[in-house]
Design a protein around this ligand. Structure first.
Ligand SMILES: *Cc1c(COP(=O)(O)O)cnc(C)c1O
Length: 484
């Protein structure tokens, strides 16, 4: 062999020795895995007694341990995580998390992620991962059936509700045939209570100049369908171009469900795309009560749901369902020469999403659904509806004003003499300081309300009773300190 070829080989083999360190031996895997699993297990076994919120530290201790050339010991790395990442702030895994819209963290999803990462199946293109793609299509099909969409329906698993909403706005835009020069005449109909990701989606979809109309709501924060109809008629008369209606099936603030069937009727009449944002409320469809409340969702042109909310998955899984799959493909299908072996071999998620390479996110949904079956999910969701009702009844007994829950969010406030907004803000701060149960606050018509959003699969009666106790105790203390 030529001297230069020998030298090159030598150099490659030297590098290989280093590169192979990225593949730990079975013994090393065993050692690291045990420590990592032990850390997770310790957390789960003590979760009941951990606070839902920790204030005062900020994770900046991590900055003393930058990325470096040499490896660090697993013990140190886990200690850094424990001190600086897994303690400060909100503990979303806690059943005491009643703020915003709680997520979940099903254990079998973690195991699904583990397997998805170890095998790293490519779920973007049918040719390369037919089984992985099939598994995700089966899940999407389960959801389109759950929501009563027709056989033409399709969808895709996304990273969350915001991206699903963005994709829905893009589908509606493309389906309408809107030209850029006409964007100023396009009209989108929402309520004041629509999720802010929809406003963001409208801007990202190139519709910044479109008109966004806030349709009036009834006293329960629900869109008024007849007002929607009147606005559309008025806009058409004024030669504007109605484009899209976004209904909410469970708003973030109060859990309000817009009258979906009535809104759908208006959309049909005017041939308008109806997108239903059911990121929070969608999976209550698995309960009899929820199904009755969501009646009409089956007429939607597209639906956003978030398995990382209503199916208790860890963060990172949403879904967009579209009544006519062709509309989804029309917006997101694309071609590349280097993918020529893979094209047209079967339906591929890459054709119905902005993503090409993506995690095999179906597995974290499929594994818990398979291993648990649907029954405990239905029970858990029904339990949440009843807990909200229970909290609504009990919190009024201790003097609070509250809005009757439609789903599992209760907005409530105390109205003492003096500045009620300041009082309720102080009350929420006192609860954050205590940390055992975490609630967040919002403003409705300028009034500060606390919110109990009950959706963690770990929230049970005991948690709600603890919250009631904390509210009574802290509000009394605050009143006494202010001589109220
Ligand atoms: C949570 C939520 C969203 C946003 O979903 P992400 O998964 O957080 O991106 C959109 N709409 C509603 C009603 C939500 O509750």
């Amino acid at each position: 062999m030529e001297a230069s070829a020998v030298a090159l080989q030598e150099q490659i083999l030297q590098l290989e020795k280093q590169a192979r360190l990225l593949e730990p031996t079975a013994g090393k895997r065993d050692e690291v895995r045990k420590k990592v699993i032990d850390y997770g297990e310790y957390f789960l076994n003590h979760l009941e007694n951990l606070p839902a919120f920790v204030s005062g530290t900020d994770g900046s201790g991590l900055l003393s341990f930058p990325v470096q050339e040499e490896p660090r010991a697993v013990e140190l790395v886990l200690k850094l995580l424990r001190q600086h990442v897994d303690q400060p702030g909100l503990n979303p895994a806690s059943g005491g998390h009643l703020g915003y819209i709680p997520g979940g963290g099903l254990y079998y999803s973690a195991l699904g992620d583990y397997l998805a990462d170890v095998f790293n199946r490519y779920a973007g293109v049918y040719f390369t991962g037919p089984g992985a793609v099939q598994l995700e299509r089966q899940l999407v099909h389960w959801m389109t059936q759950l929501f009563g969409l027709p056989a033409t329906a399709g969808g895709t698993l996304t990273s969350g509700g915001s991206i699903s909403n963005l994709m829905a706005v893009i589908c509606a835009r493309d389906a309408s045939g809107l030209k850029s020069r006409d964007v100023e005449r396009a009209v989108i109909y929402v309520t004041e209570q629509v999720h802010h990701s929809v406003d963001k989606a409208v801007r990202m979809a190139g519709l910044r100049e479109a008109i966004v109309r806030r349709v009036p709501m009834d006293e329960h924060w629900r869109m008024q369908a007849d007002a929607l109809d009147r606005l559309i008629v008025m806009d058409k008369t004024n030669r504007l171009a109605p484009l899209l209606v976004v209904a909410s099936a469970g708003t973030t603030d109060t859990g309000a469900v817009d009258p979906l069937a009535d809104i759908a009727r208006v959309c049909r009449k005017h041939e308008l795309w109806l997108h239903t944002d059911a990121a929070y409320g969608g999976f209550f469809q698995l309960t009899e009560e929820g199904k009755a409340l969501l009646q009409g969702i089956e007429y939607s042109d597209s639906i956003t749901v978030d398995p990382h909310k209503g199916l208790f998955l860890p963060y990172g899984t949403g879904a967009l369902l579209v009544r006519n799959e062709e509309m989804l493909l029309r917006s997101f299908r694309s071609h590349a020469a280097y993918l020529q072996d893979a094209e047209h071999k079967g339906p591929s998620p890459a054709d119905s999403s902005p993503e090409l390479t993506r995690p095999f996110r179906g597995l974290r949904l499929w594994l818990p659904l398979m291993l648990h079956g649907l029954k405990p999910f239905r029970a858990c969701l029904q339990e949440k509806l009843l807990l909200a009702r229970y909290f609504y009844e009990e919190v009024r007994k201790i003097g609070f004003d509250a809005q009757p829950p439609q789903l599992s969010v209760v907005a409530f406030r105390l109205v003492p003499a003096g500045d009620a907004n300041a009082f309720n803000q102080q009350l929420v701060q006192a609860l954050h300081h205590d940390g055992r149960v975490f609630v967040s606050s919002t403003r409705l018509n300028g009034q500060v309300f606390l919110r109990a959003a009950i959706l963690s699969f770990r929230t049970h009666l005991k948690t709600i009773q603890q919250l009631l106790g904390l509210l009574e105790e802290n509000s009394k203390k605050l009143m006494a300190s202010q001589n109220l």
